[in-house]
Write a protein that binds this ligand. Sequence first.
Ligand code: F6R
Length: 607
Amino acid sequence: MCGIIGVVQKRGQVAPFLHQALKRLEYRGYDSVGMTTISSGHLHMKKDKGKIEEVHKKLNLDEMPGSIGIGHTRWATHGAPSQYNAHPHFDCSNEIAVVHNGVIDNFLELREELGSKGHKFSSETDTEVIPHMLEDYILDGMSLTEALTEVTHRIEGTYAIVAMTTKQDGKIVCTRDGNPLVIGKREGATYVSSDIPAFLPMTKDMILLLDGEVATLTTDGVEIRKLSNGAEVERETIEISWTADQAQKGGFPHFMLKEIHEQPDAIRNTLRLRPEVLQEAAKLIHEAKRVYFLAMGTSGYAAIAGKHMFASLAGILPDFELASDFSDTVYNALSEKDCVVAITQSGETTDTMMAVKYAKTFGVRVIALTNVVGSSITRIADHTVITQAGPEIGVAATKTFMVQLTALAQMALALSELTGFLDNKVIEAKRRFLEAMPDIVSEVISRNEERARRLAGLLYDQPSLLFLGRGISQATAEEGALKLKEISYNHAEAYSAGQSKHGPIALVQDDYPVFFIAPRDETRNRIIGNIMEMKARGASIISVIERSDEELKGLSDHWFAIPDGIEPEFSTMPYVVPLQLFSYYMARRKGFDPDKPRNLAKSVTVL
Ligand code: F6R
């Protein structure tokens, strides 16, 4: 939700870098974009509604003077996407520029107060109160760092804020509470951004900024202080393991397709998680009275698949709850004996963060499963498991879903080992099977990509599609339907195949497309029954099945083939791949950009 970048460098124009960095952040929001630089004591500004390249074509974002600048790509919350609501925002005298990610809850009250003092506003955003407040504090003689510190004492809500002023040239000041900001550093230049890929081509040295801290960036480095008492904070530099190439399209037309193809490597790397990390997670789960899996969206479907894995492999059945609804569902029925596993690829999703914070007030122990080192969730969790997908730029999650499943499978096996639920030989055999998964997924991609493309050519104008599965395959079906809705805008609904005859079957008429996720597991005979029911009503059956399953091929109008003999607990991993590819080609066939679906942003940092 909104991408922020700031850079202060010794020499050279920052504008071309800001422009490219914003492109790497565009997955966070893309309804408008803006940049401001300082040169010869003046602010230079370009901003407008639209995606970055549309705005660049109109305004030439690269042509701005100055070696210090900030930029923003927006996902609108307060105020429609427009030129005047685009960030950066300014004070009355155009000497202070601010970009912000988050929501200022008390902005109306502050706006009224500032208005009564004569401040003039030029947008409908909550953000604009910040430069006007900074203006007053700086007029009172404060430094930009002190002024921003004061602002944080007055505003309520969640935020990542980056500010600079012509009056105190050569520095950028930033702070955060509830929204991400990371700092990058190299000789002669310092960066701040909402996410690592923005500055990855320039440096792999990262410094974390935590909630409740303010940082002052100069070309010599960064000084971090606590907002509460101004005390200086020592913070070590972390070396980022991601490569700049991972954040490029690498010859693929879209990040989403590249990330689908990266899944075998992502699984391989996540299978190298250290055993102690998995064992500690297993121990916390074992010691708990009740275990809750909390997540949103795709991570939620990984959680549901994970629930099946834990039941089958480790004999415990965690509750899955949508993080957004957790406090409204559990009320006070939590205790320090419980354990929460929070699953969030970004580690920043506000719904998940709030649910975890709620759980923590009861003393619940928290395990975070995330793809981002140093993300917000890792700072409040008791234990963290980091998946190894590398940066995921496509808004629709693919490889991060895959590695969540990989990690959950390993956690379930570690728990089984700890409790003795499964025989050690069985656990070893399951582990060996997981080791083969990268090659299996690779084969599924190569055998099904062209099929997915052709099927999209046949089904692209279908107004509605149904996705059915039983047991763990219901999670696969849910993820398939979500991908399709997100990027191709077809209405798609997933259901338990068992439940389908209790209502959704009424939708079915001639040629209505119904996808069946039908591995040869113990649900198979009942799935065949459901296929027959749908066929009898004229549905067009598209199945995801074992390669040798001639019986189901005979019942299907179209099918995707998966290698035989997948261990049932791991079936979501290969079976979801044709659905990811199908969604991607549906979006392409309809002329939509799969990397930037409308109304969505990758990391949802509002409630
Ligand atoms: C779907 C998608 C979203 C996210 C959801 C949670 O493709 O990306 O549904 O899964 O917003 O995000 P994280 O995992 O970052 O908490």
